[in-house]
Design a protein around this ligand. Sequence first.
Ligand code: PDD
Length: 283
Amino acid sequence: MSEIVYLNGDFIPEEQALVSVEDRGMLFADGVYEVARAYGGRFFLLDQHLERMQESARLVRLPLPSAAELRAAMQGVLQRNRMADASVYLSVTRGHAGPRSHVLPTEAHPTVFAAARPTPVPDPRSIQEGAAAISVPDRRWHMCHVKSIGLLLNTLAKQAAVEAGAQEALFVRDGVLTEGSATNAFVVLNGQIWTHPSGPHILSGITRDVLIEICQRDGIPLRQEGVLLSQLYAAQEVFVSGTNTEVLPIVRVDGRTIGEGRPGAVARRLLDALHRYVATSIQ
Ligand code: PDD
């Protein structure tokens, strides 16, 4: 049975979901997206994902359909594919607007697409033993807080990581760690957690927000400040967070061992706390 996806108001088999070659998503990567996670048939923090999409869209002047329609699309693909645990993708592009033009169309015909897919979770060994990462220069634009479908530099960074036998790439801008190719990054230095401040150089992750909330709640010292790559190499722990990744310990960066070369106590504690947070918030 083929997968059912949502496209512009219809739930249809994936192979029938066709978009114009003149879609501005195709021509200009003119669109925004979200990835939200469902556990046991219920979404985790879907409102926060929809709010972030609204903010992304506002920043690039993209008129969005109502939150109710977007929510129904995401819930619909989950239910129609009878999935309980899934990673649900939602994108809205500025749609088909006639011949290619850099000028924004006056009338909006957005293309709305949603699909539910098995969650690409990290492999259990890297959670257990820790994962490897490489650092890459952050040459992305200065609007990384927009969850734009224009992800070419993120994909090239991830590909470089995979080709180096690593699981994630960590972006470094002006010597400072910003985030991962599809994750936010955290560094434990002198018993304190450091993570890059929100702003135009990172995507402010929903998982990152939850981890910050947990740290505040549990009195775990956390600073939203940048860390130099040289400091990262000497850190006690490094870990990354994301909707699909949850919390993943990083035990090697650029071939150098981080801390004791195995997942640290802070990452383990936060992963456990995140699981408990998920369990209570999806009830
Ligand atoms: N990516 N930073 C970047 C660049 C990301 O692409 C993501 C998520 C995150 C973490 O955000 P959150 O905790 O809200 O998932 C940070 C999604 C999962 C993706 O592109 O598939």
